[in-house]
Structures are given as structure tokens and as C-alpha cells.
Design a protein around this ligand. Structure first.
Ligand code: FES
Length: 121
């Protein structure tokens, strides 16, 4: 079963949506055939001042994306870059073993969004 914190983020996802004038975008997966996560970031003074996500995935993936965006908002790019799948799992209080892989989308999409910002900076 899912932890209460997972259900809370699944039922009421934080920062869902898109940022039209995003400074960086990271995409993991393929929207045409399976699990997919897109993360948008807005950066000011080397800090992520806004972050949103769009997802096609299971409740665990929605919850991990939601809590990741809460964890990242306001962090420096260096701090955000250091966030791992394990950090996300820990913040959620864990996931059922067969759902742990669902947390892998978040950190990877965030890294890609930061790289996309750095490349365009
Ligand atoms: Fe595919 Fe969770 S994202 S099973």
C-alpha cells in the first residue's frame, strides 16, 4: 500500500501544469507510448524560482513528481542537481517495492531541465 504522503501528493498534486516561458525543459519517456514526464523550470540568480510538471504515469509517478517540485522550488541549481531518486523516495516515506522505479523519472527529468537551461544560458 501507498504511504499517506504518497496519496496526499497523488490526490492533490503540487505544481502541475506548464510554464510557457520556461528557462529549461526536461523530458523523460515517450508521450506516444508510455510513462512520460516533462518538467519546466524558471531560473533567477542561479535559483529555481518556479517549477511545474506534466505527466502521464501511475499514482506513484504523479506523487514523486509533485513532491520533487516542492523539494526543488527555491533551491540553487547546484542543490537541485544533487537531488537523487533516493532523496525523492525518502521524502515520500517510501514506495511499494514494485513501484520504486516510478521515482526514477523525476530526478532524470529535472537534470535534463537544468542541462537545457545551461545550454541555452
Ligand atoms: Fe510506470 Fe509507475 S510510472 S508504473
Amino acid at each position: 500500500m501507498y504511504q499517506e504522503r504518497v496519496l496526499k501528493h497523488f490526490k492533490n498534486p503540487q505544481n502541475a501544469g506548464r510554464i510557457e516561458d520556461a528557462d529549461g525543459i526536461g523530458v523523460v519517456g515517450d508521450p506516444s507510448c508510455g510513462d512520460f514526464l516533462r518538467i519546466y523550470i524558471k531560473v533567477e540568480d542561479n535559483h529555481i524560482v518556479d517549477i511545474k510538471f506534466e505527466i502521464y504515469g501511475c499514482p506513484a509517478a504523479i506523487a514523486t513528481s509533485s513532491i520533487l517540485t516542492d523539494m526543488v522550488k527555491g533551491k540553487s541549481l547546484d542543490e537541485a542537481w544533487g537531488i537523487t531518486d533516493e532523496d525523492i523516495l525518502e521524502a515520500l516515506g517510501g514506495l511499494p517495492e514494485n513501484k520504486e522505479h516510478c521515482s526514477n523519472l523525476g530526478a532524470e527529468a529535472l537534470s535534463k531541465a537544468i542541462i537545457s537551461y545551461m545550454v541555452n544560458f
